[in-house]
Ligand binder design. Sequence first.
Ligand code: GUN
Length: 291
Amino acid sequence: MSAVILDGKSLGLRVEAKLGDRVSQLKKSGIEPHLAVVLAGDDPASHVYVRNKQRACERCGIKSTRVDLPNNVSQQELIQVVERLNADDSVHGILVQSPTPDGTDELEITETIDPSKDVDGFHPTNLGRLVMGQVDGMLPCTPAGVMELIKDAGIDLIGKKAVVIGRSRIVGMPLSLLLAQKGIDATVTIAHSRTHDIAEICRAADLVVAAIGRAETIQADWIKPGATVIDVGINRVADDSRESGSRLTGDVEPEAAKKAGYITPVPGGVGPMTISMLMSNTVKAAELRLN
Ligand code: GUN
């Protein structure tokens, strides 16, 4: 048996195509959706992510502005940039690319972003709304993208066992809440680096979400036959057989595709969905101006 591939690239493009109508409506009302991306420092991966986000804006008809800051930017300067974007009525969404340079405080920066412009969904107000079961606001993009992949494939999780491996505030924690919410109704285990018997927990699970950021850590023989496997990891590993000398791989061993019922590829699974959910949040933020 070989798993059905959950193709995030194609679903992401479908999501973006649907946003096109809403963008047109906004423009007819005189509102051009506008995302401001703050990129501090010279982390190569962050530059790639930001470029991909700006390309998605172009596909959707969303204006994007990039604010580039040097690696030695101070906390105060970063806060001032965010405050200026908060005050700018032409900007609907603000994203500060993570990680910010050493010596800066990402949490304080996140808390400075106006929650109505927080298209990453990381502000305590937006995460707090999620804890309270209010899922109509700005949801963190990767967890929201995972939920779209599950919904689009028609995977029923009512009463099922889900394990989320990783407890980050960006992925693991919010995704666990979304999986346990009323209407989705999974029974969720949050596993992490101190968890005992992780292989056994996975073997019992109908859904395994890997979000730990360590290459191919989740082994194929941990997967229950027919289970759904969502691989959030994107890791660059050495590969001498490639001209580039490296390749991208997830947190799950590729052989897991032989046991799973559904699995996300890396790349082309969760990554593109994260970006289309960012586009969706930006359109939502712009629509708030209609009222
Ligand atoms: N760095 C890696 N993923 C993300 C993300 O989803 N948002 C932001 N702001 N930075 C990131």
